[in-house]
Design a protein around this ligand. Structure first.
Ligand SMILES: *Cc1c(COP(=O)(O)O)cnc(C)c1O
Length: 375
């Protein structure tokens, strides 16, 4: 069988030229003195990190960031030399893997730095770490105290450790709160510098912050959503473009008479003689079941509402008003808004969640198809 052949009509099409362009736009925005750590956690927000990593680095990213050790291992197995950083905590008993694969790790205790130092020395190298400071989010990291400063100072003295960076994360609660967090961070940094602790990378800004707060870019930014073309910013602007289309194709058309039901429990009944299309996607593909009575697809440029219960593998759409509709016609589930296709933002609004959540819900079942690779 032909390798990489797409064996399903329901698929996620990723436009690599747009991904590349988005990375370049971010890099151009921050300028040459600010490093770009591309956040590719959760398998590049579900899009597939292995095919995308080379594109992201060639387009100007300096580092790849993931959330977990398993994600870091996935990248290192494919590309041993790519620089990978783990934003999350790695338990003590797995730090040998971090050292073995030369992965940069988030650290916020001297205890873990010592363990990692030992593991790195066994392998004749130094492990890179970025120190996590809790400036108010209370998710990961330690609050900036004299005690923590002393721990950090001691980390610099460990023979198997290279303290490469220090970072924090904003709650994005309000501009006032963000400024407070930033000031807590920079005050702590000034104190560390007085103690002789200097860092190659200092970072706090995610996608929203790196556009909305140019003053918070420090010398590294950590955008994720922006790379995939999602515009979450409020004050600033960057013309990143959506790079993802989730699509399917009609598997069958049914003529349904007035009064007849469709789907489980007949929760939808035809109020007129209707044309109903079956589409081969469902909640096992990560299409939220809660979209019932809200969701639609776009076929031939016309919106077709989804009707009745959304099933695991199939859904039905009312296509009575779609001119010349045929079996096999493409249905756009989520797109870039062209022809009225539902955007990730609109889906997020309908579901009462955020765009990253809608994107990450897409499961591994729909094949990913990569198009327009610029390299
Ligand atoms: C996920 C994450 C990011 C990127 O978030 P986006 O909103 O997608 O830009 C940056 N930093 C940390 C610590 C994260 O967990």
């Amino acid at each position: 069988m032909e390798k990489n052949r797409i064996l399903r009509d329901t698929k996620i099409v990723i436009d690599l030229a747009r991904i590349s362009q988005n990375v370049r736009l971010i890099k151009d925005m921050v300028g040459p003195d600010v490093a770009l750590m591309a956040v590719v956690k959760a398998n590049a927000y579900g899009l597939g990190i292995v095919p995308m990593a080379p594109v992201i680095l060639k387009s100007g990213a300096d580092y790849l960031a993931v959330a977990t050790l398993t994600e870091a291992v996935q990248i290192k197995e494919a590309y041993p030399d790519f620089p990978v950083f783990i934003l999350g905590h790695t338990p003590d008993r797995m730090l040998d893997v971090v050292a073995e694969l030369d992965i940069a790790q988030t650290i916020f205790s001297l205890h873990q730095a010592e363990l990692l130092s030992q593991e790195a020395l066994k392998r004749g190298r130094r492990a890179k770490i970025h120190i996590k400071v809790d400036t108010g989010f209370h998710r990961l990291g330690k609050v900036p105290t004299d005690e923590f400063a002393a721990e950090i100072k001691a980390m610099f003295a460990l023979p198997g450790i290279e303290v490469e960076g220090i970072f924090s994360h904003l709650a994005l609660a309000s501009e006032e709160d963000d400024i407070k967090q930033y000031e807590v961070f920079t005050t702590f940094l000034a104190k560390l510098k007085e103690m002789g602790c200097h860092f190659k990378y200092e970072h706090i800004a995610d996608s929203i912050a790196c556009v909305d707060y140019p003053g918070f870019r420090m010398n590294m930014v950590r955008p994720g959503a922006l790379i995939y073309g999602m515009r979450g910013f409020h004050v600033g602007f960057l013309p990143v473009e959506p790079a993802i289309t989730f699509q399917s194709a009609i598997s069958q058309l049914h003529a349904v008479k007035t009064g007849e039901g469709v789907g489980y429990d007949f929760l939808w009944r035809a109020e007129r003689d209707s044309l109903v299309a079956t589409l081969p996607f469902g909640y096992a593909d990560g299409y939220p079941r809660q979209m019932r009575d809200k969701g639609y697809v776009v076929i031939n440029g016309v919106k077709a509402p989804l009707i009745g219960v959304l099933c695991m593998d199939q859904v039905m759409a009312d296509v009575t008003d779609v001119p010349n509709v045929q079996e096999g016609d493409v249905a756009i589930i989520y797109g870039d808004g062209t022809d009225g296709a539902m955007t990730f933002q609109e889906a997020a609004d309908l579901l009462g969640t955020n765009k990253n959540d809608v994107l990450c819900r897409l499961t591994t079942r729909p094949p990913r198809e990569y198009v327009n690779n610029p390299f």
